[in-house]
Design a protein. Structure first.
Length: 450
């Protein structure tokens, strides 16, 4: 209730400020992210969207929380001190699973819900699976196929676990002993994706040490697997878009930087390599969620490690020809001798709404964010270049002080007695400049950091 009241208070204060306004204030809406507090202080590692408003998150101290109103209020429905819940996923609106490890141990704990995440019960059968990874790679995952079948990928130990009876018993595939025949021994898996339709499934694995991406296929719900394809990968990450069991697209950088897309229309009986100019750079993609064939969100940067860095998010609308960069509202990094960044851990979405989980119990929800400009620009004064990558300059008058604000209205940089502003270290996005000139005049302008 306190979280809901705080959110309502923030909205009310914002509306009052807009209503009061500053002289000649102008408000515009940009696509970005709204920061939401869940009311807990622990880091949140996993997120699953049942729908746009029902969202389940999990994290430190075994906590599992749920919102049913799009993040306005949250309930803690499970906790286990000394454990980190790392992944959560659902088979349908009612049945879901979450898993994690004790701190500094790989003895896995798995819990199950049959009422949409309101209550959770520990499963009696525990397996040995290292689900936490100190690196930023997606090398462990929970994949729920249906209410009784799910997979756990533990590539620190080159193991894929699965169950067909809701976690009462488990099978495992040892990738280092040939249970799945691969051309090379897996040395360091950096990320993986799993997809099922009916009994046909695909496991896509990227081994960064061998710089190889492998596609494995099953036609018996994961009882047996065969390697269907392998390709040289130039990046330690990729994004897989599964349209159906025959049409799959994999985005990244392949074959010596010559292609950024692998496409199959027949379930990897054959593949084509393409180089699409419409695709954004996905070299450091951390997580992706496609909610339809033409809509999705990709989050990039280094995650799952302290002091991580991010380059933000890309949202695909009506296909890749219409993607946009949506970084406004995401936490940035502070540069005060050392780099201090807020940790970002995971992403999920439903329809056209996405959620990102972070440290300190924070969640970021995709939203239209209001940006209110200060007084209108002064004639004859320009800011260039715009857009800019590293530096901008004020031309036409001498600046006494320049303040730089991000899309949330937060002051991120102040410089004095100079017309040059260094944007290095600031994430991509839209920024507002408030410039006080030597003659006392104050003007504002908008600049885009690429």
């Amino acid at each position: 209730m306190n979280t809901q009241n705080n959110l309502k208070t923030k909205i009310l204060l914002f509306l009052l400020l807009v209503a009061a306004g500053l002289a000649k204030a102008q408000t515009q809406l940009v696509e970005g992210w709204m920061e939401i507090s869940t009311g807990v202080s622990e880091s949140l590692f996993g997120v699953y969207c049942i729908n746009e408003n029902e969202v389940v998150v999990c994290g430190e101290n075994g906590k599992i929380l749920k919102t049913s109103d799009g993040g306005a209020s949250w309930e803690v429905n499970f906790e286990k001190e000394g454990f980190n819940m790392v992944h959560v996923a659902f088979a349908d609106e009612q049945v879901g699973y979450a898993c994690g490890n004790p701190v500094a141990s790989c003895q896995c704990i798995i819990v199950k819900t049959t009422d949409g995440g309101q209550t959770w019960q520990e499963l009696p059968y525990n397996i040995y699976a290292c689900l936490e990874n100190e690196g930023w790679y997606r090398s462990s995952h929970l994949f729920v196929v249906n209410s009784e079948t799910f997979f756990l990928a533990d590539f620190e130990n080159e193991t894929l676990w699965n169950t067909f009876d809701g976690g009462q018993s488990f099978n495992h595939f040892d990738l280092s002993s040939g249970d799945i025949e691969l051309p090379l021994y897996l040395n360091n898996v950096s990320c993986c994706e799993l997809f099922f339709e009916d009994e046909t499934g695909y496991l896509v694995i990227l081994d960064q040490w061998n710089e190889q991406l492998y596609v494995c296929k099953t036609t018996d719900l994961g009882a047996t697997w065969i390697a269907r394809h392998s390709v040289v990968s130039d990046h330690p990450s990729f994004v897989a878009h599964f349209f159906d069991k025959n049409h799959i697209e994999i985005y990244g950088s392949f074959n010596g930087w010559s292609h950024n897309m692998i496409v199959t229309e027949d379930g990897f009986e054959s593949v084509s390599f393409e180089n699409s100019e419409a695709l954004p750079d996905m070299g450091t993609s951390s997580y992706a969620k496609f909610t339809s064939d033409t809509y999705g969100c990709i989050f990039g940067g280094n995650t799952l490690t302290k002091g991580s860095t991010i380059w933000g998010s890309v949202i695909m609308k009506n296909g890749w020809e219409n993607w946009i960069s949506a970084n406004q509202g995401l936490p940035g990094c502070e540069y005060q001798g050392t780099t201090q960044c807020q940790d970002i851990y995971n992403l999920d979405g439903a329809d056209t709404t996405f959620y990102i989980v972070s440290e300190n119990g924070l969640v970021y929800k995709s939203a239209m964010i209001s940006i209110t400009n200060l007084p209108e620009s002064v004639s004859g004064i320009t800011v260039c270049p715009n857009p800019a990558k590293e530096k901008i300059a004020i031309d036409g008058a001498q600046a006494a002080e320049t303040q730089v604000y991000n899309a949330l209205g937060q002051l991120v940089k102040t410089v004095q007695n100079t017309n040059e502003i260094n944007l290095h270290g600031l994430p991509q996005g839209i920024y507002l400049l408030r410039v006080a000139l030597e003659d006392g005049t104050v003007f504002t302008d908008k600049v885009v950091k690429e």
